[in-house]
Design a binder for this molecule. Structure first.
Ligand SMILES: *Cc1c(COP(=O)(O)O)cnc(C)c1O
Length: 361
């Protein structure tokens, strides 16, 4: 039995050990209240202080100005795939979509049911191994927003920069790379992320939305899909997933303590460089993604011989390296290496990979 387990799962994914320990310490008695956050009213002053701290810390991490609201949506990023067209197309216009992988394809499919949608660009013909050049995108004349997915978790492709679409509101699914690097929120209309990949338990999405995009939903929109209901009720129109929200807040604080997003970016570069270098220099392994768009969060790799996949996974598991199986649509392996993954975990994986290659190459 390995003494330490490193979890390379894509999500729900590993969380920082310090945060898990804090949760454990506080579980039965939060801050001397004698009760657990699990048992706490969302309207109590205790929970309100948790929500306020989370708001303050995320605003600090991302330098969010006052004309942006923070919403917490149960239903995760998937709920947002419906909510975006329901909120932003009711007053007319076309939703433009750039499809670069499974998640943007899913969002595009859902939006097509709900409004007038245009496929502005896609790398489907390239098997999602790359990102279509901005100059090739065909935006609608009456574009209401441009939707894209910053990091495609399954194929492992990531945008390098924020695309420039002028005054058209940019809508971004940042689920699998939120808080992994700095970005300028002022360039966006809506940024959202499910917590389960990089900053908390499953089931919750954090949404940052510019004020002028709130209050535009149509009259038929269910109240739990309306940005305005969340904004007007501090995301407490219904009983929110309080424990997930609390843990997201602890992760924000942890991220600040680690030096913020610049530091997260440095570490992500260090982790992913080490893995890609290993893949590129050991001919036993390969990664098919266009180098400039290789994800720093999800690193897929293929073994020289697919027949060795099962042996690789079984031996990796024996060495405490789990959840390395690639998505069924892609095959091979995938190491998801979010903020909580340590260099110890990366070094353990690299040693195992080199040793496996030597024995089976
Ligand atoms: C996982 C994931 C989603 C879906 O998240 P849910 O929490 O299941 O709604 C959406 N987009 C991206 C990029 C993801 O990685």
């Amino acid at each position: 039995m390995a003494t330490k387990t490193f979890n390379f799962g894509p999500g729900p994914a590993m969380l920082p050990t310090e945060v898990m320990q804090q949760v454990q310490t506080e579980l039965l008695d939060w801050n001397g209240t004698g009760i657990s956050v699990l048992e706490m009213s969302h309207r109590s002053k205790h929970f309100l202080s948790i929500a306020e701290a989370a708001e303050k810390d995320l605003r600090e991490l991302l330098s969010i100005p006052s004309n942006y609201k923070l919403l917490y949506v149960a239903g995760g990023a998937t709920a947002m795939m419906s909510m975006v067209p329901l909120n932003l197309l009711a007053q007319g216009g076309t939703g433009d979509y750039v499809v670069t992988g499974t998640w943007s394809e899913k969002a595009y499919g859902e939006a097509k049911r709900l409004g007038k949608i245009n496929l502005a660009g896609t790398s489907k013909a390239e098997k999602y191994y790359t990102i279509p050049d901005r100059n090739s995108w065909k935006l609608s004349a009456d574009s209401a927003y441009l939707y894209y997915t910053d990091n495609e978790t399954i194929a492992g492709v990531e945008f390098v920069d924020t695309p420039d679409v002028g005054n058209i509101p940019l809508v971004c699914d940042m689920t699998s790379n939120f808080l992994s690097r700095p970005f300028d929120i002022n360039k966006y209309g809506v940024v959202f992320a499910s917590a389960q990949k990089n900053f908390g338990p499953a089931g919750l999405a954090c949404v940052v939305v510019r004020e002028d995009l709130i209050g535009k939903a149509g009259p038929q929109v269910p109240f739990l899909c309306d940005f305005k209901i969340y904004a007007d009720n501090e995301s407490m129109f219904n009983t929110p997933p309080t424990f997930a929200w609390y843990m997201a807040g602890l992760i924000y604080k942890w991220t600040l303590k680690q030096g913020g997003l610049k530091s997260m970016q440095q570490r992500a570069n260090q982790r992913s460089d080490r893995l890609y270098d290993t893949i590129d220099t050991c001919e036993f392994y390969s990664n098919p993604i266009d180098r400039q768009f290789r994800s720093k969060m999800n690193v897929p790799f293929i073994l020289k011989d697919d027949a060795l996949n099962d042996a690789f996974l079984a031996e990796a598991k024996k060495n405490g390296l789990i959840e390395l199986k690639g998505h069924r649509s892609v095959g091979g392996m995938r190491a998801s290496i979010y903020n909580a993954m340590t260099m110890d975990g990366i070094e353990a994986l690299v040693s195992f990979m080199l040793d496996f290659a030597k024995r089976h190459g």
